[in-house]
Design a protein around this ligand. Structure first.
Ligand SMILES: *Cc1c(COP(=O)(O)O)cnc(C)c1O
Length: 352
């Protein structure tokens, strides 16, 4: 490491993304929870020459057109919405603006790896609360704890989802602290906490276009909450990178909200394929957690998780294995098309 790099970051363990081969035509990619389906035709048509011709100009900064569409979709108002370059950037802004320098923030031991990275980066005081032995969140661990809270719902990589009434209990039970609900996977079967933002000023709901809207490559995420929370996020954005969403991505995001039919049909196919894959793996003897996301978390039968990951990679199928205590006998498999899922099942049967 450079001698000029700050001492405080020397032990920072940064986030390890799943493998992203430059040429992924060689692989069936089931390792980073992307949609197997392309973006809507409306998105593809919207990015036309006219849009490209405007690339000499900076993009807008408030994104009012896209905010209006999201506001209509969720029956909230534009002032309650913040848009950003992927929801990872929003999470970073939240830790920077709300949880920095010794602020207390609680999250589960098994959850999205970035929370701990941001806690280290910004010097938050992280309280890491173990999930129950069945990998569920015990909501009693989060009520009236006098700390800020971040919960992914559905949780990653377990896929397990809290009910809206349980989320409300956590929000209601911590009204002097900020509760962040990361809903990256909510469209695959969970119930969103967005309605709570009208009742409580201490909840921020974070969502992304990367998973259910087939736009991981475009980088677009959004947060919804009380206007004052949104103003805090805007302040951080205008102090770091005001042009954080590019023109083509904005256009893609708007067009995606114009195609509910396609959005709903993709989400439905994913949840159907998830149920199919779950049943088939259970029949082989795998333990599969109850997922409401576009992935499953499973403990293989007759082979170690790490071996299954390696053997499938040899066969051209990428899945995710985490070398982390408590979950190193599980693999996470993103839900692909039905065809990819049948190939996966055939290879797994062959391997074990
Ligand atoms: C994928 C994911 C994100 C990041 O989404 P981007 O919008 O692509 O940055 C955030 N939170 C969780 C839990 C995720 O799985």
């Amino acid at each position: 490491m450079s001698r000029f790099f700050l001492e405080r970051y020397k032990d920072l363990k940064s986030y390890a993304p799943g493998e992203q081969p430059e040429d992924f035509s060689k692989f069936i990619k089931l390792n980073t929870n992307e949609m197997p389906y392309p973006p809507s035709q409306k998105v593809i048509k919207a990015i036309d020459d006219l849009q490209l011709l405007k690339l000499n100009l900076y993009p807008p900064v408030e994104f009012n057109n896209l905010k209006a569409k999201i506001a209509k979709f969720y029956d909230i108002s534009r002032e309650n919405i913040f848009l950003s370059n992927g929801s990872d950037e929003i999470l970073s802004f939240i830790f920077l603006g709300f949880f920095r320098d010794g602020a207390n923030v609680a999250f589960p031991d098994i959850t999205y790896g970035f929370y701990n990275v941001y806690a280290q980066l910004y010097g938050s005081n992280a309280d890491i609360i173990p999930l129950s032995s069945d990998f569920t969140i015990n909501i009693k661990d989060y009520i009236n704890i006098g700390k800020n809270i971040v919960i992914a719902n559905p949780n990653a990589p377990t896929g397990i989802c809290l009910s809206l009434s349980d989320v409300e209990k956590i929000v209601k039970g911590n009204q002097d602290n900020l509760v962040v609900i990361d809903e990256a996977y909510i469209d695959f079967g969970g119930e969103s906490a967005v309605p709570l933002i009208k009742k409580y000023d201490n909840v921020l709901v974070v969502q992304t276009f990367s998973k259910s809207r087939s736009l991981a490559g475009a980088r677009l995420g959004f947060a919804m909450g009380d206007r004052k929370l949104i103003d805090g996020l805007r302040k951080i954005k205008y102090s770091t990178n005001p042009y954080n969403v590019n023109r083509l991505t904005l256009t893609a995001g708007e067009a995606s909200f114009d195609d509910d039919v396609y959005f709903n049909s993709c989400c439905k196919k994913i949840s159907e394929t998830r149920e199919y894959l779950t049943k088939e793996l259970e029949n082989i003897g795998f333990l599969v957690l109850n997922s409401k996301a576009n992935f499953i978390f499973a403990k293989p039968f007759n082979i170690t998780a790490n071996n299954l990951y390696l053997k499938l990679k040899e066969k051209g199928i990428l899945i995710r294995y985490f070398e982390q205590e408590r979950i190193n006998d599980f693999v996470r498999i993103s839900i692909g098309t039905k065809e990819d899922t049948d190939i996966l099942l055939k290879e797994i049967r062959g391997i074990i």
